[in-house]
Design a protein around this ligand. Sequence first.
Ligand SMILES: [Mg+2]
Length: 282
Amino acid sequence: MDEARTRKSIHLFDLDDTLIHTNARVLVRDAQGGTLRVLSTAEFTGYRPADGEVLDFSEFSDLGILSRGIVVKYTRTIIDTILRYGTRSEFGILTARADKKLHAPFLIRLFRSLFGVRLANEYIFAVSDARFSGYKDRAAAAAAGVPFSKLSVSQRKALVIAQDLVGRGFNDISFYDDSRENLESFKVMRQAFPHVAYRPHFIDPTWKARLQEFWDSGAARKTLIKGAGSARIILDHHSRRSAEMESALADLQAGDPIKLDTVPVWILCEGGKFYLSREAVA
Ligand SMILES: [Mg+2]
């Protein structure tokens, strides 16, 4: 078999707010154990602890909270679609959580019961797991590198993709995450692996992050590549007009723009194409 031509692919999923929504929180404590703040999983994604702050993940060790979590419908649809077309890809989990031993059996069971898919224990990576990060620290020390445990979550995720997936022969890697920073991190080192097809997928089921990004970008317009499909999702989560979706879409197609309720952004349709716009007209 020609090694270079063999395709070995994996679909890799972040856990919190990509695969599952939970109400588990990350506590930020001071050195004495006092609680300084309480972060949702979404807030934690972008949080940089200050010196002396200690992150407490104990709520994530509560399997009760995990199993009451809701599987993100949008991501579930992605997995169903991958399976419907038939795939020989592996599936994996790449999470910032700790305690792999606790999470792995739950995740393996979840994949089997929801999707009928065998999730292999060896492709579940919990980058805050003390055992895993200790092992990585020793490897880094041997190479005189920065300890794994001192890297950001995004950097740790990128390193796992490089060392534990590319290093084991994967050359087609789709990564699904609700953090752009996590998705970008491997991209930065992608040049080091020209034979690897890396496919980052931003998970933003309600378009909340992308609408904000559009507004912050200052751009006048953005094409909705998936057209009416995206327009539906945006109206559904950001406009009262979702109560009468078909007439809202008909108005758009007739040339009447719709202003969203959550951000000062319009949706409009021109020549059969849908756009986000800062103004009601071009
Ligand atoms: Mg996440």
